[in-house]
Design a protein. Structure first.
Length: 75
């Protein structure tokens, strides 16, 4: 799970043209990864099954940090 998330985060940095690790760049890379790893349909299904964010992140196979980024970005 962490490896997939780190890879998607790193791809986000590359796709977004980041050259440093400023906080804004980290948030943007997290948002990119979340957008590409969590489908709204899968999230909706997971949230109907549980309101526990740790459980939802495990079900979606993403880190809690990435789930938090998705929630900030989408909701």
């Amino acid at each position: 799970m962490r490896e997939r998330t780190a890879l998607a985060h790193g791809i986000g940095h590359s796709e977004l043209g980041h050259c440093d690790d400023r906080c804004v760049n980290e948030r943007e890379a997290d948002n990119f990864a979340a957008d590409n790893m969590i489908s709204p349909k899968e999230f909706d299904y997971a949230i109907r099954r549980s309101s526990n964010l740790a459980t939802i992140s495990r079900e979606l196979q993403v880190t809690r940090r990435l789930l938090d980024a998705y929630l900030r970005w989408e909701y």
